[in-house]
Design a protein. Sequence first.
Length: 753
Amino acid sequence: MADLLLEIFSEEIPARMQKRATEDLQKLVTNGLVEAGLTYASTAAFVTPRRLCLTLTDLLAESPTTKTERKGPRVDAPPKAIEGFLRGVGLTLDDLEIRDEKKGQVYFAQIVKNGRPAAEILAELIPQVIRNFPWPKSMRWGTGSLKWVRPLQSILCILSDENGAETVDFDVDGIPSGDKTAGHRFHAPASFSVTGFDGYRAALKKAYVQLDSAERRDHIWADATNMAFASGMEVVEDAGLLSEVAGLVEWPVVLMGDIATDFLDLPPEVLQSSMREHQKFFSLRNPKTGRIEKFITVANRETADNGATILAGNQKVLFARLSDAKFFWENDLRVPLADMAAKLSNVTFHNKLGTQAERITRIAKLAREIAPLVGADPDLAAQAAEVAKADLSSEMVYEFPELQGLMGRYYAEAAGLPQEVANACELHYSPLGPSDDVPTEPVSVAVALADKIDMLTGFWAIDEKPTGSKDPFALRRAALGVIRLVLENEITLLFSDVFGGGNLITMDPSYPEILKFRSAAQIVTDAVKKAPNTTSADMSWDETKERGELYSAVDEAQEGFPVIKTAIQALNWRSLEKKRNLLSFFHDRLKTYLRDQGIPHDVIDACLAMPGNDDLTLLVKRATALAAFVKTDDGTNLLQGYKRANNILSQAESKDGVEYSYGADIKFSQTPEENALFAALETAEAKITPAMETQDFATAMSAMASLRAPIDAFFEAVKINADSDVIRRNRLNLLGQIRKTMGTVADFTKLEG
């Protein structure tokens, strides 16, 4: 057994590539070793800006000798077949064994693969790994052919055991392997030898290199928070920036600097974005004022002046950056929001859906329609929608796109608009993901819904739907956002009505390119000229596809021609199909969302099959209650009773060619169990019907649970296929009553089990 230590030393590796690089190195080396027959006990990978490191413990000293048997052709096979087999196994005819089988004598080869030392296997494997390493981007340097993320400096590769360390000898494009590495670029640039991982790690620390990126992160965060606390500040948490900075330094030295007073009145998010994006600084916030007043930077070396020179340089560059931000901020404040929004008429949203300004017009119209449904003022909702995206034309958002929405709130507040409008400017993009907060203020909810619904209906209207793993316009995210807005705010929203308002039926002419390939009036006129009695079968429907102007063309063209009427019917049908398709897309997203909430897929399907499935809040209430019900003993047993009743009914209806759903008559009842079931169904229906009307699903489920005992008793004591046809039909109709009563709650045929 031996331990492997591999280090690939280079110029600085980009921080964004480091984590993936450790995973790839670990996977490529370990997979290659296992394939060669070498096992090991444990492995770990590390990365700093200048080195990739892999260590394996208890690696086999050599691969085991293996024996395999391969069946060949028959002895009387053509000579070329036998020669091909011999080439494949690398043996001669004398090495083969002949065995008798049912179809004659057959050649067998015994292939022995001798074991090889681990060092020999590694000497072949490591160069292959380095030459074929899957960097997202790589480069060549000098005159060699080797590609690496940055110029490669050296390779350390040793096997160590109780007898000492052995260098694994190989060469990669003129760079030989060895047992040496180097420390920090400035503090300890001299090379030194190592004999194992523990000594390697300790020696690097003495040479001002923290090997473990997690240790560097912890070191940076601890020093930053302590410095901030000592100054009465708090560090603005930023896990992404912390990981990135830890990947930029081998020996982190945390320094705190001041922000010039000229910039303290800038919005804190502007300061934070500018420092984060351009300087990789952490922001320090004054908890009393909420302002960003200081910053933390992380240097890669210690200095005699304790970082004073480094801070002075950083502050000089920061002053220039923040001067730009201040210039953008002050310039934007001089421009009225209405003028900002007007500039969006020159910004294309999509070549088939028009400009951002045209989209804003649609969103404002839809927000006004949605507002009463969410308890918002329609005028405020429309006003908010008209200015919500105005900041897209601002200089600040052009420089920092991640601030869109947030800057809209600041500009709206500065313009003196109502606070609800300002808040909607910031929140109308939300939620952006499954963990993002959902707006709850009515105006913000109305605009957020309008924004996402317009996005979905627009792209559905032009047949730009997600396919497979491709979703370039993030329509799945938009649908999930609508679902979360509706459910978490408990909004009653009929999607079929909203989709109609979202231009799928009316084909709102504010969609400029959907229907403007050719004048619809001209299409109708051309068709009429062909033959006054042209029908849909004679007309080219590729020409009339999705042309909303066809409606206005009706008034211009002569009445009575079948082609006009049929064309309108076709357009309505296409719109209805789009609406159904979009609702189905929402249902698919809802299934995913509810499965994450622990509701089984068959329960969701049972509720989707019911009327009102375009009211997502109602649908989820029904699914939640049903999921809880079927987990109970009563629910499980009642489901079995329903399945039995439905199976008997299905067979009888198929055989008799009639539907047993016309109600049973108690006067034909012959047993106490039948009487009890009649009474139980009547009592349950009297409770279920009003409960469903008021969406009281708990009461409905409780009423259904009361059917379990009488249904079980009925099947236990009563023969359905009685000798009398009258009695048989009555009992089948009684089963139909079970199906009808339970079917008002959910489609139980969709449930498994």
